[in-house]
Design a protein around this ligand. Structure first.
Ligand code: PA5
Length: 471
């Protein structure tokens, strides 16, 4: 597996009329370095478990060193470690069932979906079991309130739990608080279905439910009452949207057969790069600096993550949540927007090319495909005129579209930057997630916004519960 690092290239944001100069980033370097020091100090302060000063609260900085901590524990404790227990449980489920329903919302959902879409076969669920490396199909639920979607999923789930593995299914239910209504309601409905499929055999049922939650709360109590043999923890001090590299993301990833040790190794590599590299050569600091400068100097408060091909849409949605919930506070914070090209060139492209100059476009470019390149091919029916392109492959066409689009943006003074991912594998994704989490907290410290906590999300929950419960 590659250990090449992600590269960030801001060149095309250096535009005289509408962009920045290299000097702008150099001048910002002292502030970026100070923000990095603060983020590193936050991680130590959190690890020291001492008193967190008032102006730092909440301080959910536990995500930062989590990859190092999990890997160290894995090396020291082997089978007893959390990583080994996650892998063992995932392998047991893969052996016993043909579908796992992953329940969770927000930070308890987006990361798993991002990894599934980025790494697994694009038609994973449709493949026969042997072509899925005997890994289960995966379905996501509990991330919305959608009657027909949940009923549709229920139609797919078997009423039996014996016989062939093809008939058996399990639930991975993920909620840090354990009280989120969307997830809890879907869990209750599906638990009822699974229980009857198990013929009220409670021991069998308990083996087929794997919770990931805090070490207290309603879900923890329910899982304990069910007798679930494994309850994985969302570690203290790791906020929901920062929890992708805890059991929250690692369990679903391992169920799908994704190499979670490589994911963690990738994040460790990014941590090291973040600590050691200088401004101008530091993907985290340079990305943060360019985004910040474009917003404050050029009014680009819309941050477009422009993904090419279809596999990174969910990763972009994961980032949308990370940025929105972390920095969308005190009437500040840029607006994230994920686009998927070339698809969205046929819908949003017009606005990005000629609309308001309020956008910074960050292209996420993937160096190598995971599968053999498909060529256009020649045909006796050349009415479409494509014989001229018969030797061209889809990666070549995508490359031409990417270059053509970015040239058109450049010609019109529309700033773009590029994030180069060598390929889509667990190591690179681990780097990618850690890079964007670090960039988000660095930016928070740079602009004086606490990136942790999400007080604004509580209001709707309070109102919804009051309406439903009449109090
Ligand atoms: O980032 C966050 O903390 C939120 O988006 C949560 O992940 C989301 O609200 C789900 O919460 P929970 O995991 O407690 O069900």
């Amino acid at each position: 597996m590659t250990s090449e690092l992600i590269q960030y290239d801001p060149q095309a944001a250096y535009l005289t009329d509408h962009g920045l100069t290299e000097g702008d980033l150099r001048n910002l370097a002292p502030k970026l370095q100070a923000a990095r020091e603060e983020v590193l100090a936050d991680a130590q302060l959190w690890a020291a478990e001492g008193n967190v000063p008032e102006d730092k609260q909440p301080l959910d900085a536990g995500f930062h060193q989590l990859p190092e901590r999990l890997l160290e524990e894995y090396r020291q404790q082997g089978a007893q470690s959390e990583v080994a227990r996650i892998i063992a449980t995932a392998d047991r489920l893969a052996h016993e069932v043909d579908r796992v329903v992953v329940l969770g919302i927000g930070g308890s959902y987006m990361g798993a979906r991002a990894m599934y879409e980025a790494i697994c076969h694009p038609y994973h669920n449709e493949l026969p079991r042997s072509e899925r490396s005997n890994r289960p199909r995966i379905s996501f639920a509990g991330n919305n309130v959608d009657n027909d979607e949940l009923q549709g999923l229920i139609d797919l789930l078997s009423d039996k739990s014996g016989g062939s593995v093809d008939d058996r299914w399990a639930i991975a239910v993920i909620s840090k608080s354990g009280g989120t209504l969307e997830t809890a309601a879907a869990f209750r409905v599906l638990l009822h279905k699974l229980r009857s499929a198990c013929g009220d055999d409670n021991e069998k049922l308990s083996q087929l439910v794997v919770p990931v939650t805090g070490d207290s709360g309603k879900l923890f109590d329910l899982a304990t009452a069910l007798g679930c043999p494994e309850i994985f923890a969302v570690p203290d001090g790791v906020g929901g949207r920062f929890s992708i590299l805890s059991a929250v993301g690692l369990l679903p990833a391992a169920i799908l057969g994704i190499d979670i040790v490589q994911l963690l190794e990738g994040a460790v590599a990014m941590n090291q790069h973040f600590r050691d590299a200088v401004v101008g050569n530091n993907a985290v600091l340079d990305y943060t600096g360019v985004c910040h400068l474009m917003e404050t100097r050029r009014g680009c408060d819309i941050r477009l993550l422009s993904t090419w091909g279809s596999q990174l849409e969910a990763a972009g949605m994961w980032y949308d949540q990370l940025l929105s919930e972390s920095l969308g506070k005190q009437e500040k914070g840029a607006v994230p927007l994920t686009v998927v090209n070339t698809r969205d060139l046929h819908s949003r492209g017009q606005q990005h090319q000629q609309g308001k100059r309020d956008k910074l476009i960050t292209n996420v470019m993937v160096g190598r495909c995971q599968r053999d390149p498909v060529a256009v091919g020649s045909s006796d029916f050349n009415q479409d005129g494509l014989n001229e392109l018969a030797q061209k492959t889809l990666p070549q066409i995508l490359d031409a579209a990417t270059q053509g689009t970015n040239q058109a943006y450049l010609d019109d003074g529309r700033p773009t930057t590029n994030l180069h991912l060598p390929e889509l594998n667990a190591h690179v994704l681990g780097q990618f997630f850690q890079m964007l989490m670090l960039a988000t907290v660095v930016e928070g410290r740079l602009i004086g916004i606490n990136p942790y906590g999400q007080p604004g999300v509580e209001a709707y929950k309070k109102n919804m519960n009051a309406i439903l419960r009449g109090k």
